[in-house]
Design a protein around this ligand. Structure first.
Ligand code: TYD
Ligand code: MG
Length: 454
């Protein structure tokens, strides 16, 4: 056998080099290179093996597949994010912060798919601990096998004896292969193990679900290359202090990345939430200032979220700005716009912003609700809870149009709102008489301010 070959990898981005480098040419980080053993001969052999021997180009019309081959997870929200179930032979990575509920989600899925034989491999928990969790979830099935194992060679032995139709591996960071000497969780190990699972999935048609950890800055721990190897990358997120969890697809070769699943963590596992808006809106008192409802879209789904703000005189020299679930830089920008256009002296005020429910919103359509919540708190005049907002704000205070405004208006109307404030530029393509709800078009922020508080 040929001598084991070594390469140097950037531990930050996975850049590969045949010699040691002080600075990574790819990500620019210093001192991140580490040597890793790559046994060149076996990998080359196995990658050759994975090539189908008798492949022949076909006309695209001749290629057949069936949607029914997908494995239903028996969980509407999970299926929706996957694009209608798990595709045979696919490799899916589920990422998320520690304690967010990744193990719970996949164990619960494993238990729910009671009509198929499946194997749950955990490198983090013992079989007893998995059983305790399963008891909490409380679904009974005869087809779910569990094993606590961390070495891929052993895992494939278990796979041979169980012959599962679905394989779940709890945390790729704890799994290692005997071929490499580096510890579990290192770049080389993660890459190699992921590739081994990928070969297994492609050769046997058995889908593999991998759990992956997320680093503090919110990216999947391990090399970026892992995201290229897998077919789908799902992210499980939410605030640990709140019960809501959002599952979104960051990459999906077999479905849309616009879909998103919403769950609630309960004492007995995760519960699906098919209609998020209804419980995200707190039943608030009409007389409280500083709150406004935003008609946002998360992926393809309308979500109505309450934005709360508190503006008070700054006690200390430097005014404080604090935002939960909203980008701080965006908040500073909106404050500057309000200062310039609406003449508020917000520079001498503390501004606190909170998105109800512990959610993180990226939809720019929330801007208008944020600005109005701040204004409402500043002048201490409440905004009626029957009004909602869907518009983006530009740097000069112009109210900009948002995508899919019809869908937002229809949902607002369905939820019983009386008024929705949108951009004037959105109104052109709209048939306003179709909706029961009053549609208020505005072109600059001052107009919205006059409409609300004058
Ligand atoms: P877990 O799935 O272990 O998270 P991860 O694998 O992402 O690290 O979930 C951990 C949290 O979920 C834990 O703090 C307890 C909570 N939990 C419930 O609230 N109810 C339940 O039924 C279960 C199983 C967990
Ligand atoms: Mg876990």
């Amino acid at each position: 056998m040929a001598k084991a070959k070594t390469y140097y990898f950037c531990q930050h981005c996975g850049y590969q080099s045949s010699s040691w480098l002080g600075r990574c040419p790819d990500c620019g980080k210093f001192g991140t290179f580490a040597e890793e053993v790559v046994q060149a001969t076996p990998t080359a052999k196995s990658s050759k093996q994975s090539l189908p021997t008798a492949s022949k180009p076909k006309r695209i019309q001749e290629v057949t597949y069936s949607e029914t081959q997908r494995i239903a997870t028996h969980c509407g929200e999970f299926d929706r994010v996957l694009g209608g179930g798990i595709v045979p032979g696919s490799l899916v990575l589920l990422g998320g912060e520690p304690g967010i509920g990744k193990s719970t989600l996949l164990l619960q899925t494993a238990l729910a798919i009671h009509d198929r034989r499946l194997l749950y491999v955990s490198g983090e928990e013992s079989e007893q601990q998995i059983k305790m969790r399963a008891d909490r979830i409380g679904i009974n099935t005869e087809n779910c096998y569990v094993v606590s194992e961390t070495v891929t060679q052993r895992i494939f032995e278990h796979v041979d004896s169980v012959q599962p139709e679905l394989l779940i591996v709890d945390s790729i960071q704890t799994i290692s292969t005997e071929d490499l000497e580096s510890p579990a969780g290192s770049v080389g190990q993660i890459r190699q193990c992921t590739t081994e699972f990928q070969h297994y999935a492609k050769q046997t048609g058995v889908p593999v679900l991998l759990i992956g950890h997320i680093t503090k800055d919110g990216t999947l721990a391990g090399p970026k290359v892992m995201e290229h190897i897998v077919d789908a990358v799902l992210q499980f997120e939410g605030d640990r202090n709140y019960g809501y969890r959002i599952l979104r697809a960051l990459k999906n070769r077999f479905g849309s990345t616009a879909e998103l699943g919403i769950f609630e963590m309960q004492g007995s596992g995760l519960r699906e939430v098919p209609n998020p808006s209804e419980f995200l809106l707190s039943q608030r008192d009409e007389t409280l200032s500083g709150a406004a409802v935003a008609a946002t879209l998360e992926g393809a789904r309308p979500m109505f979220i309450e934005v709360q703000s508190l503006v008070s005189s700054a006690v200390y020299g430097t005014p404080q700005r604090n935002a939960n679930g909203f980008d701080m830089r965006r908040l500073s920008m909106l404050l500057a716009v309000l200062e310039k256009r609406c003449g508020f002296k917000l520079g001498a005020k503390d501004v606190f912003l909170n998105i109800a429910g512990g959610l993180r919103v990226n939809d720019p359509a929330i801007d208008m609700a944020v600005a109005c919540a701040i204004l409402s708190s500043n002048v201490d005049i409440p905004i009626s809870p029957r009004i909602c907002f869907a518009a983006e704000l530009g740097l000069s205070g112009e109210v900009r149009p948002v995508s899919r405004v019809e869908q937002r208006i229809a949902e607002a109307s369905r939820l019983g709102f009386e008024k929705i404030i949108i951009s004037k530029y959105n109104i052109r393509s709209l048939d306003t008489k179709r909706y029961k709800i009053e549609i208020v078009p505005v072109s600059v922020i001052e107009e919205a301010f006059r409409a609300l508080f004058a």
